[in-house]
Design a protein around this ligand. Structure first.
Ligand code: DGT
Ligand code: MG
Length: 396
């Protein structure tokens, strides 16, 4: 009996938003391999395929389950009946447990296509379809891409120019440094504003690929026009290397009561935002925080930038600035904390299990025909009839 219980110890809830998924989990040997399979499936799948069965999504579900298990899988029998782990995945797990490696994964790691796709998707502004186009037209290096530059977007040109910097992991201290600079600037424009580091850093990651900052003000409407002013200051301080400002109309900014039914896999929202690259002064975070905390004046920011200029060193960092009206703040916070798989299942679960529509703007109860406003992240989970999963356990 004991043996039987031990073999069946892995029972998981179907949606990853129902599970607790820490950053450090017990099945790294397995997830390292499935991460390669998942990535490769994304490179291969055309966007048309994803309307039907998606191998990439299937692997993402396997990964989310493995990351959430309370202990290491030691026998394939333990996961025989576990949701989302199909026959092919079980075979791979068995091979990994027995051989400590998997032939299919090793072949992918050696394949030219996988390595070139990985290189090309590492260019800021280039998604999978762009990378595939470059690969299919015979390009094999970044130099090729730079030379055949007829159809490069502006973002891609900057992505290529700052490729090395942007492919260095962003450190948590650097995220805090950028937050201090933005908070400082923003506070001088609109006192009482909040600036929050979201994305992977909020989930406890110590490194990331970008810095996601949510900007909001307790007074609804006070945030209108704020982003333009922040960008002006960042520009005056010579911190911006490239950026794209997504303005949106008032009606788009506010979540209307009409259910629009966005696709549940979409991460896109209608907040006013800026996606860009900043030249981050390479100085100690201690100094930045000290200046930022002691003095919120323009001069202190200028000192900071002059200091960096005198040292003549900066690194390019990807930054997202998102303006969130106060009434939508906690939904925006959940959406921008992620991770993407957690969001995906949260939205799917809301739709399928509760007949509710969730986005980064709000939650709409389709049965009652009303919008559910929220004053905390906990309240969002309460409306969704889910246990409160802290950000550190949303690493699905
Ligand atoms: P990272 O930066 O590689 O360490 O990983 P994350 O988790 O920070 O990923 P990132 O920066 O791409 O996105 C942060 C979260 O925000 C992610 O869970 C999904 C969400 N997100 C990303 N882009 C958008 C967007 O355009 N709209 C919305 N609503 N959410 C987005
Ligand atoms: Mg991020």
């Amino acid at each position: 009996n004991y043996k039987q219980t031990k073999l069946n110890c892995f029972q998981v809830d179907p949606y990853c938003c129902q599970r607790r998924t820490p950053l450090q989990h017990h099945n790294k040997l397995l997830t390292d391999a499935f991460e390669i399979l998942e990535e490769n499936a994304e490179y291969i799948e055309s966007s048309n395929d994803t309307k039907g069965y998606s191998r990439n999504l299937a692997y993402r579900r396997v990964l989310a389950v493995l990351r959430s298990l309370p202990q290491a899988v030691t026998s394939v029998k333990q996961i025989k009946d576990v949701k989302h782990i199909g026959g092919h995945s079980q075979k791979i797990i068995q091979e990994l447990l027995e051989e400590k490696c998997c032939l299919e994964v090793e072949e992918i790691k050696r394949s030219v296509r996988y390595n070139k796709m990985k290189l090309f998707t590492g260019v800021f502004g280039a998604g999978v379809s762009t990378a595939r186009r470059w690969y299919d037209t015979g390009m094999t290096s970044l130099n090729d891409v730079i030379q055949h530059n007829e159809d490069r977007s502006t973002a891609q040109k900057y992505g290529l120019a700052f490729f090395d910097d942007l492919n260095m992991p962003v450190l948590k201290a650097e995220a805090e440094q950028v937050k201090s600079i933005v908070k400082n600037i923003t506070e001088s424009i609109l006192p009482g504003v909040s600036v929050t580091v979201t994305g992977g850093f909020r989930r406890g990651k110590t490194v990331g690929h970008d810095i996601d900052l949510l900007i909001s003000h307790p007074k609804e409407g006070a945030e209108i026009g704020l982003l333009g002013k922040i960008l002006e200051k960042l520009q005056q301080l010579n911190l911006i290397l490239y950026g794209s400002h997504n303005k949106c109309t008032y009606s788009e900014r506010h979540f209307t009561e009409e259910p629009r039914d966005p696709p549940t896999n979409s991460q896109m929202d209608h907040f006013e935002k800026w996606f860009g690259i900043i030249g981050l002064p390479k100085i100690s975070t201690e100094k930045t925080v000290l200046i930022a905390e002691n003095d919120a004046s323009d001069k202190s920011i200028k000192d900071l930038v002059d200091l960096s200029k005198s040292e003549k060193s900066w690194t390019a960092k990807r930054v997202d600035l998102i303006i969130v009206p106060s009434s939508q703040y906690f939904y925006g916070l959940v959406g921008w904390t992620g991770n993407k798989m957690f969001n995906r299942d949260l939205r799917l679960y809301a739709q399928k299990e509760l007949n509710m529509r969730l986005s980064s703007h709000g939650l709409y109860d389709l049965t009652k025909g009303c919008l559910l406003t929220s004053n905390s992240e906990e309240e969002v989970f309460k409306y969704l009839k889910l246990p409160v999963i802290p950000p550190e356990l949303r690493n699905c």
